[in-house]
Design a protein around this ligand. Structure first.
Ligand code: SAM
Ligand code: DTB
Ligand code: SF4
Length: 334
């Protein structure tokens, strides 16, 4: 059953369940709603890299910190299309275009994105964008260009947010999520672990996501990549056990969502990733680079898929339960 009325205490209880019991439960939920041998592969394209006016303490692209990531010229339309073609030829069924912007503004750069969204959608893959805050007219333009999803992370709990970012508010983030939903775009929204937040902050983030009227269709769970030059450069790596608790709790509370094992995968072994998939993660970002940071190579990921017997999830596939209903509807009609 899909619930939107989760109590904080219930989510905390799930999060605190003895680990083996927790992942057994989340695996069962995963199996009920998804093909547990399928993992969606999404490839990232950074249209606008670096020079961002926001001060997110974790981010290599913020202009507030001196990091190795120098601002780059905008990508050309042709470059984006050929990057997408390459990713699709390697099995990606979702392509996400990112921009280090505070918000979308109308103009030439946005027009290039709209054109690329149209062209990449015509390749038969789900296209996602992550461009910062959105006004309704921009969401509408993206939808009209064929955009499937929009990524906009809450990152952490409302209470911890202010210690990580001060150039925008949690409320602004939530407002953009509403705008995305109103434009009938699929919502991709998750967070980051390892920024110094408490277990309670993690539970609160899941509570915020799992009590939305509609759960996000995609929940990226990022693990902090500590970036030299940012205030979080010395943060400790979080343990696999904490990763599993977060993934399992997200899976149990939001059964239909795609749980995306996102940043911070590059220094994790096949064994660690296997546990994450078992606990309910069913999507990854593939390609040598995320937006600016190194990722596993394509051949490493292929080897992992082969060892674990995983297959790449086709695009536009619904969770099993939704599919059951869709099939019933067809039966009734025919
Ligand atoms: N500028 C847009 C925004 O902030 O919405 C989109 C791009 S932003 C880079 C997308 C997400 O990447 C962030 O919300 C954050 O969750 C993740 N991210 C950025 N830097 C990271 C890091 N060092 N480690 C882990 N995740 C990171
Ligand atoms: C998300 O939650 N993680 C991805 C995607 N959505 C856009 C981005 C991760 C970025 C990691 C740092 C970098 O490569 O710059
Ligand atoms: Fe800019 Fe997004 Fe990085 Fe924040 S996370 S500094 S908004 S690119």
């Amino acid at each position: 059953m899909i619930r939107n009325d989760w109590k904080m205490e219930e989510i905390k209880e799930i999060y605190d369940t003895p680990l083996m019991r927790l992942i057994a439960k989340s695996h069962a939920v995963h199996t009920e709603y998804h093909d547990n041998e399928e993992v969606q592969v999404c490839s990232l394209i950074s249209f606008k890299t670096g020079g961002c006016p926001e001060n997110c303490k974790y981010c290599p692209q913020s202009s507030h910190y001196k990091t190795e990531v120098a601002p780059l010229p905008l990508l050309q339309y042709e470059e984006m299309v050929s990057m997408a073609q390459r990713a699709v030829s390697f099995g990606a069924t979702r392509v996400c275009i990112g921009a280090a912007w505070r918000e979308v503004k109308p103009g030439k750069a946005f027009d290039v994105i709209l054109k690329a969204v149209k062209e990449i959608t015509s390749m038969g893959v789900e296209v996602c964008c992550t461009l910062g805050m959105l006004e309704p007219q921009h969401a509408k333009a993206l939808k009209e260009a064929g955009l499937y999803a929009y990524n906009h992370n809450l990152d952490t709990s409302q209470q911890y947010y202010k210690t990580i970012i001060t150039t925008r508010t949690y409320e602004e983030r939530l407002a953009t999520l509403d705008t995305v939903e109103e434009a009938e775009l699929s919502v991709c929204c998750g967070g980051i672990l390892g920024m110094g937040e408490s277990d309670l902050d993690r539970v609160l983030l899941i509570h915020t996501l799992a009590t939305r009227k509609h759960h996000p269709e995609s929940v990226p769970i990022n693990f902090l990549i500590p970036i030299p030059g940012t205030p979080l450069e010395n943060n400790a790596k979080i343990s696999i056990w904490e990763m599993l608790r977060m993934i399992a709790t997200a899976r149990i509370t939001m059964p239909k969502a795609m749980i995306r094992l996102s940043a911070g995968r590059a220094d994790r072994s096949f064994e660690e990733q296997a546990l994450c998939f078992f606990a309910g993660a069913n999507a990854i970002f593939s390609g040598e680079k995320l937006l600016t940071q190194a990722n596993h190579t394509l051949s490493e990921d292929d080897e992992m898929f082969q060892i674990l017997g995983l297959k790449k999830r086709p695009s536009f596939k619904l969770p099993l339960h939704k599919k059951k209903h869709a099939d019933n509807a067809t039966c009734l009609k025919s």
